[in-house]
Design a protein around this ligand. Structure first.
Ligand SMILES: [Zn+2]
Length: 270
């Protein structure tokens, strides 16, 4: 599943090719994505130059003066900027045709992604109620500590709550908690301010590193056969049940927490 770093890398990959361009038309081959693609969306997008491509949580917002097209990659979606002549592949569900003859093409085998419209000055219900971005200045240990006050649920579950902070998926939660030395099962309200400071820093560091690594794959957004996949990254605990901890050698433990597979070191994380 594309996580925040993949979505941010997608944003950086497509934005330079879209800004200043005018949309000629939206060609939808398959409307049945997670939510049906609105027939009128093409009219909103066409005829005005695109101003920028933003990211909020794992949503991409392609702005023009009338509003924003909201794109989510779901479980298996990807976007590529292509010359108009490139043959279709299976699961190429829509194209945004640009005035320079190129197009932004969306592929999504599982169709859990979406393409929606947000009029200028409004906030789509999907985006309302989202917590801060991990790279926002206001996201730090003090913020997490305050929000965790009185919460008895596991800290890992707390961390993955999009109303607390966006974009910390299962893999990044496991890795950040390992880096901060916090047991994922610990009650969120029973983690000290100092340890939340370490955790906030760990989240920023791990996500920034993944985005940086993703930069090397930017050229894939222009390749007809480009398959922007998962970023290679060194995982310390995620997916390593029973294998030795890379820090202390104890076997990595695994359990289901909040319905998600969780991995941690019983010696390094308290
Ligand atoms: Zn360890």
């Amino acid at each position: 599943m594309p996580e925040l770093p993949e979505v941010e890398t997608t944003r950086r990959g497509i934005e330079p090719h879209l800004v200043g361009r005018t949309v000629r038309r939206l060609l939808v081959r398959e409307r049945r994505l997670r939510w049906p693609v609105d027939e009128r969306l093409g009219d909103e997008l066409a005829g005005l130059p695109l101003a920028r491509v933003r990211r909020r949580a794992k949503y991409l917002l392609i702005d023009n003066p009338r509003g924003s097209a909201i794109v989510h990659l779901g479980m298996s979606g990807s976007l590529r900027v292509l010359d108009g002549e490139v043959p279709l592949r299976t699961h190429d569900h829509w194209d945004l045709e640009l005035d320079d003859g190129r197009l932004l093409r969306y592929n999504d085998p599982r169709r859990f992604g979406c393409l929606l419209w947000q009029p200028a000055g409004e906030v789509h219900p999907l985006l309302a109620g989202l917590g801060p971005e991990p790279f926002d200045g206001g996201f730090d240990g003090g913020y997490l500590h305050a929000r965790a006050h009185g919460r008895s649920g596991p800290v890992k579950h707390f961390l993955m709550d999009q109303a607390i902070v966006v974009g910390v998926g299962n893999i990044y939660a496991a890795e950040a908690l390992f880096r901060a030395g916090i047991d994922p099962r610990r009650a969120a309200g029973r983690v000290s301010l100092a340890r939340y400071e370490a955790l906030a820093q760990a989240i920023k560091t791990i996500l920034a590193h993944a985005i940086e690594r993703g930069g090397t794959t930017l050229r894939d957004f222009l390749r007809p056969d480009g398959e922007p996949g998962y970023f290679e990254q060194e995982l310390m605990v995620y997916g390593r049940a029973g294998e030795p901890c890379k820090t202390c050698g104890a076997p990595v433990r695994a359990a289901v927490i909040g319905q998600r597979s969780s991995f941690w070191c019983g010696r390094c994380q308290r």
